[in-house]
Ligand binder design. Structure first.
Ligand SMILES: [Zn+2]
Length: 165
């Protein structure tokens, strides 16, 4: 969800209960933000805590930033044009470092998603790893891409790194 900051003023201070009512969330949520270090109190030693509008607005903006992209399944990429998760066309992807690149099946735009090394074995089960030429057109600048450890590369050298699983 996205939090609105329009009813908050920088100068105002809020007690937990007032703030909860103002932004329509539970006191528990607000105290959790405080506990998580997202929302500092005016005086950390004095309860009930008092929160500055300035800090609340900053906290909400941070949370909004965090919530912008929906949680993705391993097989999903986020398409910036469709504004929704998409499974890359043909389940074909290529790697540019830790960044995987796929094509949105709806709009044809290039989508990227970082994977951690720990995810790579799963990723290889789900997707077809392609060399970059068969995924993207010339708009992609020469990338320092790395597809698989050498032991798993096909015999015909580094030119053709197409793989089917
Ligand atoms: Zn799209």
């Amino acid at each position: 969800m996205m939090y609105s900051t329009k009813d908050l003023s920088y100068m105002e201070c809020f007690r937990v209960g007032d703030l909860a009512r103002k932004i329509g969330l539970s006191e528990k949520t607000i105290l959790q933000w405080h506990k998580d270090g997202l929302l500092p109190a005016v005086d950390e030693r004095r309860q009930p805590f008092l929160f500055r509008g300035y800090d609340v607005i900053r906290c909400l903006k941070k949370l909004n930033e965090r919530n912008k992209q929906p949680k993705l399944d391993l097989c999903q990429f986020y398409c910036q044009r469709c504004k929704e998760p998409q499974v890359p066309k043909g389940k074909n992807i290529t790697f540019a470092g830790a960044m995987a690149i796929g094509i949105c099946p709806e709009c044809g735009v290039k989508m990227t998603k970082p994977f951690s090394p720990a995810q790579i074995p799963e990723v290889k089960k789900i997707f077809n790893l392609r060399d970059k030429a068969s995924i993207c057109d010339s708009e992609v600048s020469p990338l320092n891409f790395q597809i698989l450890p050498p032991s798993e590369s096909p015999k015909n050298g580094s030119e053709q790194l197409c793989m089917q699983f």
